[in-house]
Design a protein around this ligand. Structure first.
Ligand code: PSU
Ligand code: MN
Length: 295
């Protein structure tokens, strides 16, 4: 693992650091929005007084904090693997390039001593049988704060929430009692707990450490201006049917569905995606500041 100087110095000095994932750059958003977004997220973290550490794999080397050239290379090359936990070691061993998923980024962040991580939406249970994101089990054994806008809307939200309960992943809504549904700020699914401030979110993470829990603390942050839940569900159902008809599955399913949603909504889902990514980066930075000095 190689650290950017700025990240290394911030960690050594106990200053707030926020990890950012790279699959959203390499497989989630289309070019050139992906690179612009990656830069904007780093700027948002800085504006809130923390140091951004985008995590990715360059020629088999895990980088914690990417310089502008590295970020651009990851965003523009077409030979970048989607590095989930099951192929992470192989990508490193074979000296390949990789965009790290939520589970992978969370693991690497925890290993680097970074406590807070921001993303758009976490993976979960797909409506097709047996396709369940490695994010779920991964987050059950990785002690970091993960700020997201809920499970991605392409998923079975009810099943995803049930699975988070089964795996004992810590879940709190940020100023909401209902599960945010990524592109929509709400859904009918009730959450087990709510925090009303950054300080309360940080306190939940501290309590988890004191209790010896190993799971992540998921902070679900509803997007400020989203799309109506019913409308998103209609697009999602259609995209899922198309994926099934076209025989698309496995690791290609999530990128395919996100792109289809963007087409069906004429870009409105992308607009919301960018907004929530930035809002999550900002909230994560504020939570990281609350955790300064915590053990
Ligand atoms: N959220 C987005 N875009 C994405 C992802 C999340 O807005 O591309 C990525 C995350 O990296 C997440 C991954 O971990 O999709 C989940 O993929 P899968 O369902 O194959 O585990
Ligand atoms: Mn999958």
């Amino acid at each position: 693992m190689r650290y950017a100087d700025e990240v290394r110095q911030a960690l050594d000095a106990g200053r707030p650091v926020v990890a950012l994932e790279s699959t959203v750059i390499t497989h989630g958003l289309p070019a050139p929005v992906n690179l612009e977004t990656a830069r904007r997220l780093e700027a948002a973290v800085r504006e809130e007084g923390a140091v951004p550490a985008t995590i990715g794999i360059l020629e088999g080397e895990v980088r914690v904090g990417l310089d502008p050239d590295a970020l651009e290379a990851l965003a523009t090359r077409n030979d970048v693997e989607k590095a989930s936990l099951w192929n992470l070691a192989a990508v490193v061993a074979r000296e390949q390039w990789g965009g790290t998923t939520v589970a992978t980024t969370a693991h690497l962040a925890a290993r680097a001593g970074i406590r807070v991580f921001a993303t758009g939406g976490i993976g979960g249970v797909h409506p097709v049988p047996f396709d369940e994101s490695g994010d779920l089990l991964g987050l059950s054994r990785t002690p970091v704060v993960v700020v997201s806008s809920g499970p991605k809307s392409i998923l079975d939200l009810g099943a995803t929430l049930e699975r988070l309960e089964s795996y004992g992943v810590g879940v709190v809504g940020y100023k909401t009692m209902f599960l945010p549904a990524f592109h929509s700020p709400d859904s009918p699914y009730e959450l087990p707990a709510t925090v009303w401030s950054e300080a309360e979110a940080a306190a939940a993470w501290r309590a988890a450490r004191e209790l010896g829990l190993v799971s992540a603390t998921l902070v679900f942050n509803p997007v400020s201006e989203g799309l109506p839940y019913r409308q998103v569900i209609a697009w999602v159902n259609r995209a899922n049917e198309e994926a099934r008809a076209a025989g698309i599955g496995g690791k290609d399913l999530t990128p395919y569905l996100l792109r289809r949603l963007s087409e069906l909504s004429r870009g409105r889902t992308d607009e919301v995606n960018l907004r929530l990514l930035e809002e999550n980066a900002r909230l994560a930075a504020r939570v990281a500041r609350e955790l300064v000095g915590a053990v």
